[in-house]
Design a protein around this ligand. Structure first.
Ligand SMILES: [Zn+2]
Ligand SMILES: [Zn+2]
Length: 202
């Protein structure tokens, strides 16, 4: 499986384990495939939301993540800035589960010639995946953004039995403050426009 677009790509041919986790009240429970978590470096990001949540993240392709209790619909979604990364948390106990990160941005075939993404109001409902956009001044609906999701960033603190002390011995700090997501020239795959800082930290 090609995991090169993950912020923390898996080693070639790595065998994966099944991890389970969930929020505090257990309304949201999930399982996902990932190589031995302690054999890889987890990411600690300094962007505004990761810093406020104290998040340490591990990443898995979206098809390797499934719910055993609850669903995406039952979580609350928070977006900001590009509104493409969807930060999800349990509406009952407030625990942050992680984020859904799209694998491409549909805007590569659509350019605004006046105004910007930030100036368009958006409305989401149900899955909160499709973004309905309209002009905040005149209310005219511009259309919808339908992202496809590439990977899930999982809050490592929500993984069952996680040894945080052990995980923290092998953290990579990433400079999420300067991270913007953009498309590549050819395939339109979403890539960080600054390279991840893979300098390990003890
Ligand atoms: Zn909960
Ligand atoms: Zn971050």
């Amino acid at each position: 499986m090609d995991t090169s677009s993950l912020p923390s790509p898996w080693p070639q041919g790595a065998t994966t384990l099944t991890y389970t986790g969930g929020c505090h009240c257990k309304k949201i429970q999930f399982e996902f495939e990932h190589p031995d978590i302690y054999s890889m470096t987890a990411l600690e990001c300094n962007c505004s939301i990761c810093e406020s949540r104290g998040c340490i993240n591990v990443y898995t392709p979206v098809e390797k993540f499934r719910f055993t209790s609850g669903s995406h619909d039952e979580m609350t979604t928070y977006t900001f800035n590009s509104h493409l990364v969807q930060h999800r948390f349990c509406p009952t106990c407030g625990v942050s589960i992680g984020a859904l990160v799209p694998s491409y941005t549909p805007q590569d075939k659509f350019k605004l010639t006046q105004g910007s993404e930030d100036e368009i109001s958006q409305y989401t409902f149900a899955s909160h995946i499709v973004q309905h956009r309209f002009c905040p001044t005149c209310g005219t609906a511009i259309g919808v953004l339908v992202p496809s999701y590439g990977y899930v960033g999982i809050n490592a603190r929500t993984v069952d039995g996680i040894d945080l002390e052990r995980l923290q011995k092998n953290l990579t700090k990433v400079n999420g403050r300067e991270l913007t997501l953009s498309t590549t020239e050819d395939g339109g795959e979403l890539k960080p426009s600054v390279s991840w800082d893979n300098t390990g930290r003890q």
